[in-house]
Ligand binder design. Structure first.
Ligand SMILES: Nc1ncnc2c1ncn2[C@@H]1O[C@H](COP(=O)(O)OP(=O)(O)OP(=O)(O)O)[C@@H](O)[C@H]1O
Length: 257
């Protein structure tokens, strides 16, 4: 298997509600896969399945044997009464790591001796990323990693994520709403709305200008456009009907409607 992780037709239900329906995706070494989708689309559920925290109701998840995963959650809840320095927090993840270098790399060199509870939202996200990278992961899983980070910081963090994939050959599975910032550094976009609506390479933008019109000006401006092969229709009751036409007119607002 060349993929670090492979999801094959994974479905997850919470009671009667389907959170993921036959979702397949691959993350390979050196590649960044970005999952986008509206609230409730199943992005966090997908991450939980990929991490092995949630077993799928059907379908399979295959991980390369011995895979090391670094995970940056959307939020970290630290008990208010827990005295925990950044240094100690990082030491818990990697006892022998070069913590100052790891923090310096994510632009948070100044927080090594601070208390975790004192950090700003952006500083906390950077520390979480440093901690994930200290594990020297084959696969980095990031659930909206720039929450609370200012605009300049966001660009810096995405540049770093791109370098981690490109220069160090790590695979990255990223959930993001920051489409325009993420696009430049993404190898493949997976548009999720319980099922995979569409997926493709952002660089296909220049080769397929006709698709720009499909998304409408608001989405097109933030997302540019990517190869869009649509093999299903969205029915009024929310179900999906598979059809064989190669492209859709996106009238159903697949990801964003
Ligand atoms: N433990 C749970 N029990 C029941 N329903 C759940 C549970 N976790 C998630 N859901 C439901 O499953 C659906 C998908 O949730 P999920 O958190 O995966 O979406 P998301 O795309 O990450 O959303 P958001 O962008 O709002 O974070 C939602 O409708 C949510 O209410």
């Amino acid at each position: 298997m060349t993929a670090l992780i492979h999801l094959d037709k994974v479905s997850v239900r919470y009671g009667a509600q389907t959170a993921l329906a036959a979702v397949s995706l691959n993350v390979e070494a050196g590649k960044i896969i970005t999952v986008i989708g509206p609230n409730g689309a199943g992005k966090s559920t997908l991450i939980k399945v990929a991490l092995g925290l949630l077993p799928p109701d059907s379908g399979t998840v295959s991980r390369r044997p011995g895979l090391i995963v670094g995970y940056v959650p959307q939020r970290l809840n630290i008990p208010a009464a827990l005295p925990l320095s950044v240094r100690r927090f990082l030491a818990m993840a990697a006892a022998k790591g070069d913590w100052p270098a790891a923090l310096g790399r994510v632009g948070a060199g100044h927080v090594l001796h601070r208390q975790m509870l004192e950090l700003s939202g952006g500083e906390l996200q950077r520390v979480m990323l440093a901690r994930a990278l200290l594990r020297q992961p084959d696969l980095l899983v990031l659930d909206e990693p720039v929450g609370g980070v200012d605009m300049t910081g966001q660009a810096e963090i995405y540049d770093l994520i791109a370098a981690v994939a490109r220069d160090e050959g790590r695979g990255v599975l990223l959930v993001s709403h920051d489409l325009h910032v993420v696009m430049a550094a993404t190898d493949e976009v997976v548009c999720l709305n319980r099922h995979v609506c569409c997926a493709g390479h952002p660089e296909a933008v220049s080769r397929h200008p006709e698709y720009l019109a499909l998304f409408g000006p608001r989405v097109a401006a933030s997302l540019a456009v990517y190869t869009h092969v649509h093999d299903h229709a969205h029915l009024a009751d929310g179900r999906v009907e598979h059809v064989h036409g190669p492209h859709c007119d996106h009238g159903g607002g697949c990801a964003h409607g």
